[in-house]
Design a protein around this ligand. Structure first.
Ligand SMILES: C[S@@+](CC[C@H](N)C(=O)[O-])C[C@H]1O[C@@H](n2cnc3c(N)ncnc32)[C@H](O)[C@@H]1O
Length: 307
């Protein structure tokens, strides 16, 4: 197992928001993205003896780390957080999601997440199931690759990159390493964004696609409405605009009374959430941990539904 560390982003802000007014939490909380347990450990230190923390992570190394926590109030599940809905309805006092990848994932060449190190082109958070990026790229068409790079990487050069990938595959066989992929992208993208490697957007796109990150997020947000008890907090930290847009629109949709204009006398759709706050990391945190610079934390509270 790798010994690389993860510096937790918005540690106290997220835990304060999760626990809300509960000074010493006695409820059951969920850390949907255990990682290396930065948020989990702080939550546990603030829970009362009756409190419980259920953590999720898709990554076996994260799960192995969690298994070193000896605390009977804590449990870890090797599951995608989209399966949150398996928990009993209205039983959870707060759900925290700190999205994306952990530093140990990015910084381990053998996981294949980064263009900065050469390694197998994998990028799966859960290496026990699904296809690696290399396996997908071995069969995907130019159109499929273009769509993924354009939609998940917001990359202007999606089509030429996809064409170059398929041409290289036809000439020299499968693209199996991160260095191969980074080289193809660098040879295709001619304009440079300041401070950004030309492969940044393509790697982001493949990672989001291969892990179904946006679909997982949408399902988990819906499931959180089922499992949160009234007054329970939903706290989501996202790191790019595609994720943040989903979280923002989800909270907005459920924190408005919606009237059906075709049925003016019908009851409006019930508000399920109250938006609490949107928080960015402090300047000091960004200076100390540059990976926090794009973080946006959104907090909402589950409302009691009128019957
Ligand atoms: C940014 S890290 C979390 C770091 C953690 N808060 C800490 O302080 O150590 C994100 C973690 O979430 C996990 N993850 C991402 N998407 C997931 C999903 N859909 N289901 C379960 N775990 C997921 C990743 O494997 C990674 O370990």
């Amino acid at each position: 197992m790798t010994a690389l560390n993860h510096t937790t982003v918005m540690l106290s802000e997220a835990v304060d928001a999760l626990l809300g007014a509960a000074a010493a939490g006695a409820g059951t909380y969920v850390d949907a993205t255990y990682g290396r347990g930065g948020h989990s450990r702080l939550v546990l230190s603030r829970l009362s003896t009756q409190g419980r923390l259920i953590a999720f992570d898709k990554d076996l190394e994260a799960v192995a780390d969690a298994q070193t926590i000896e605390d009977e109030r804590f449990s870890i599940r090797h599951q995608g957080f989209s399966e949150l809905g398996e928990l009993p309805q209205a039983s959870i006092a707060g759900v925290l999601m700190d999205l994306g990848v952990s530093s140990p994932q990015i910084d381990s060449p053998e996981r294949g997440f980064s263009f900065r190190f050469d390694g197998p082109l994998d990028m799966r958070m859960d290496t026990t199931r699904g296809q690696s990026v290399a396996e997908w790229l071995a069969l995907a068409s130019v159109d499929q690759i273009t769509e993924v790079i354009r939609d998940y990487g917001e990359e202007r050069f999606a089509f030429p990159i996809a064409k170059a990938i398929v041409a290289r595959r036809q000439e020299r066989g499968p693209i199996s390493s991160t260095a191969d992929l980074a080289g193809i992208v660098a040879g295709t993208v001619k304009t440079r964004e300041p401070g950004k490697d030309p492969a940044t957007r393509t790697f982001q796109a493949f990672r989001i696609f291969i892990n179904a990150e946006l679909e997982e997020l949408e399902q988990a947000l819906e499931a959180s409405l089922q499992v949160l008890s009234p007054g329970g907090r939903l706290v989501v930290i996202s790191f790019h605009s595609l994720e943040d847009r989903i979280v923002k629109q989800f909270i907005a949709k459920h924190s408005k009374e919606v009237y059906d204009r075709r049925m003016p006398f019908a009851q409006p759709a019930i508000m399920k959430l109250k938006a609490i706050e949107r928080v960015r990391p402090s300047g000091a945190e960004v200076a100390a941990n540059p990976r926090s610079r794009s973080a946006i934390m959104r907090v909402a509270e589950r409302l009691k539904e009128a019957v």
